[in-house]
Design a protein. Structure first.
Length: 112
């Protein structure tokens, strides 16, 4: 019983630490420099005011990274996004993901 409890606690600790580790993979400052093209549709700092484009600000870095990879590999289909990610490296995608994950999704903080 105690052995199972220790194993369960170790597994829980691993699972809880995964999202934090994903955020550490990218450089938010580098992501900000790389985000100029994204701002055309997704808005300044990822806060789109157009409902046609998703808000990237405040999303989980691992989710954003996986989404970019899926567009690049074709697992997610969107002709515009396929072209946008075509030349992004893995590092570029992690940097962008880290940048947008660090942003507030609050539209009222746009000018601050």
């Amino acid at each position: 019983m105690i052995k199972r409890l220790k194993l369960g606690m170790a597994a829980l600790a691993l699972v809880v630490s995964l999202p934090v580790a994903a955020v550490d993979r990218g450089d938010p400052a580098a992501g900000e420099r790389k985000s100029a093209t994204c701002a055309g549709c997704h808005g300044q700092a990822g806060r789109s005011t157009n409902p046609q484009y998703p808000i990237l600000a405040g999303q989980y870095a691992d989710y954003l990274y996986r989404t970019l990879v899926d567009y690049k590999t074709g697992a997610r289909q969107n002709a515009v996004m396929k072209g946008m990610v075509a030349n992004l490296s893995e590092e570029d995608m992690w940097d962008l993901a880290a940048y947008y994950a660090a942003q507030s999704s609050d539209l009222y903080t746009m000018d601050r």
